[in-house]
Design a protein around this ligand. Structure first.
Ligand SMILES: [Zn+2]
Length: 230
C-alpha cells in the first residue's frame, strides 16, 4: 500500500506541483524567434560576385559622336568665331604600338611641359583607343597653334597646318584599314573646308622647312595610296 502511495506521489503529485510552481509550460517555454530569418529579410547577404582574374584587352568600342547633316561628326566642326584659316595638313605616326589622345596629352604635358597633346586629331589603331576612332583634341576644338611639327619660317606648320597623328609605328607596320578609312574621311573633310590641295598634304618628314629630321610618319606609311584615295 505504501509503495503504491509513493508511486502515485511520484507520478501525479510531483509533476502537478512542479507545474503549479513553474506555471504553464507552454507559457514558460521560450518564444521561438526568427531573428536570423528577420535579419536575413532586412539585410540580405551580399551577393558573391565572381571576378575573373583575366582582363581582356579588347579594343574600346568606337565612340559614336553625333553627325551633322552631311554625315560629318559634330566635333570635327570648329567652333564659330575662332576658326582659323588652315592651309595644309601634316600627318604623323605615334611611333608607338598603342596610344590615344589622352595618353599623348599626358606625355606631352609631363615630358615636354607643353600645354597638352600637340596634335589636332588622333586616329586610334585598336590598342589604347578604338581602331579607326578619330579623337579630337583641344588644339582643334579651341583652334590653337599646334605642337606637332616645328618649322623655320615663323613656325608655319604649327600655325597653319592641321596635325593628325595615327597611332602605330609605321617603320614596322602599316596603318589598319580602319585607320586608313578614317584618315581619308578626315583629310577630305579638312581639304574641302579650307580648299587644301593634295600637294599640301604632307608627312612630317616632307613638310617644308621642318626643323627636326625625322622618318615620321614611318617608312611604311602609304602616303601615295592615301593621296590616291582622297
Ligand atoms: Zn611626326
Amino acid at each position: 500500500m505504501f509503495k503504491k502511495l509513493v508511486i502515485l506521489l511520484v507520478l501525479v503529485y510531483l509533476p502537478a506541483m512542479l507545474i503549479m510552481m513553474t506555471g504553464c509550460e507552454e507559457e514558460q517555454a521560450p518564444k521561438v524567434t526568427f531573428e536570423r530569418k528577420d535579419s536575413y529579410i532586412s539585410t540580405p547577404p551580399k551577393r558573391i560576385t565572381y571576378k575573373s582574374p583575366i582582363t581582356y584587352s579588347s579594343p574600346k568600342p568606337l565612340k559614336s559622336s553625333p553627325m551633322d547633316r552631311f554625315g560629318v561628326p559634330a566635333d570635327w566642326i570648329p567652333p564659330h568665331g575662332i576658326e582659323r584659316k588652315w592651309t595644309a595638313i601634316v600627318l604623323h605616326h605615334s611611333a608607338s604600338l598603342t596610344g590615344s589622345a589622352s595618353v599623348f596629352d599626358d606625355f606631352h604635358r609631363n615630358q615636354y611641359g607643353w600645354e597638352g597633346v600637340g596634335y589636332d586629331f588622333v586616329i586610334g589603331n585598336g590598342h589604347g583607343s578604338g581602331d579607326g576612332e578619330v579623337e579630337v583634341t583641344f588644339r582643334w576644338t579651341r583652334q590653337k597653334t599646334g605642337a606637332h611639327c616645328k618649322t623655320s619660317r615663323n613656325n608655319w606648320a604649327n600655325e597653319k597646318a592641321v596635325g593628325i597623328c595615327l597611332v602605330g609605328n609605321f617603320n614596322n607596320t602599316r596603318p589598319t584599314p580602319a585607320q586608313m578609312a578614317a584618315a581619308v574621311k578626315l583629310v577630305k573633310y579638312i581639304q574641302n573646308r579650307y580648299n587644301i590641295p593634295n600637294s599640301r598634304v604632307y608627312g612630317h618628314n616632307t613638310t617644308p622647312f621642318a626643323v627636326t629630321k625625322t622618318d615620321c610618319p614611318g617608312k611604311l606609311f602609304p602616303m601615295s595610296r592615301l593621296k590616291g584615295m582622297l
